[in-house]
Design a protein around this ligand. Sequence first.
Ligand code: PLP
Length: 366
Amino acid sequence: MAGFEEQYAKLAGTKRCVATSSGTSALYTALGALEIGPGDEVILPPYTFVATYNVIVLNYALPIFVDVDVATSQIDAGKIEAAITERTKAIMPVQLGGNVSDMDRIRAVADKHKIPVIEDACQAHLAEWKGKMVGNWGLCGCFSFQASKNLNSGEGGAILTNNEEFADLCAHFQDQGRERGKSAFAYSGNRGTNLRMTEFQGALLKTQMARLEAQARRRDENAQYLSQLLGQIPGIIPPGKYEGCTRNAYHLYMFRYNPEPFAGLPRDRFIDAMAKEGIPISGGYGQMNRDQYVQTLRTNKHFQRLYSKETLDRWEKQTHCPQNEKLCSEALWLGQTILLAERSDMEKIAEAARKVQAHAAEIAKA
Ligand SMILES: Cc1ncc(COP(=O)(O)O)c(C=O)c1O
C-alpha cells in the first residue's frame, strides 16, 4: 500500500486517498466515518450493484431508493429532493458503468439541505464531470479494484476526498480505530474495524495504473465508434450521458433495446441470438429494489425494532421505481474488456445486430 494512496490521489487530483480492502469496505468506511447508524436514512439509486445497498443496511440505516433516469442509467437527480427527510444523512449517487450522474443538480440539492454526498465511483476510475475526476464532487468518492474493474488488484478499494479531517476519520475506521503513523496502540477515539488494503494489492495497483490512461482512451474511442454504428440500427439505443460528463470511463457499455423494429423479438431472445453470433451481451441488473432479498428488510427483526410500522410502510412504497423497471427490461450491457478489442471488432458487433434484425421474424417464430 505504501505509495499507492499518494499516487491515486495525484491521479484523481484530490488531497487524500485512503486505501481499503474492497469497494464495499470503502463505502462502509465512509458511512462509518460519518457515524451513520440506526434511525438514519441514506439515498441511493436502485440500479446499482447490491453492495451500495448492503453497506447502508449493515449500519441499520434505511436505504431510500430514488428512481433512475432511463436515458443515462443514473439516479434521477430531479427526484432526490422529494426523498429527503430530517433523517437523511447521506446521498449516494452511483457513477454507474463509468458514466457520471448529474453532479451539478445533486450538489445543488445536497448543499441546500447540508447533506454529504458519497459518490459510489466503484465502476468509474478516470470518469470526469466538467473536466474533474469523479471522487471530487462530494465529500468523498469510493472506488473498487475488484477483478472485473478497469483498474484492479483482484480485490481492493479506496476513498478519495478533499477533506483532510474526513480522510483521517476514514483512515482510523479502516484500521481498528487506530491513529495513522502513531504507536500500534494509539486509539483515535473513533470506531473502527480491519478493512485494510494489503501491501501486495497496493504494489499491483501502482503498476496497473501505468496503463490505465491508454486503456481508457481505447475504450472511449471504441465506444464512440460503436455508438455511431449501433445508432443507425432501429431499436438499438446507444448510451446517453449528461452534458457535464466530460469523460465516460466505460466500465460498462450500457445501451438499450426496443423490440418493435426487431419484429417484437423479446430482449432475452435478442441476447441469445447475439450470443450465437459470438457477441456476449448481458441484460444487466435485475430490479434489486423489488428483489426478495431487499424486501425482507421489512420483516427483519432488528429493523422492526428500530423503525415504526409507518416508517417501514413508507419505505416499502418507496421501493416502487417505475423507471427502474423500464430500464431493467430494456438494458443491454457489454463489458469493458470488449472495448479493449480492435476497432474492426466494433463493426462485428453492429453487423451481428443487423443480422439478427434481418432474421428477427424467423427467430421470433422458432
Ligand atoms: C457500483 C458498485 N458499488 C460497489 C461495489 C463493491 O466493490 P467491491 O466488489 O470491490 O467490494 C461494486 C463492485 O463490484 C460496484 O460495482
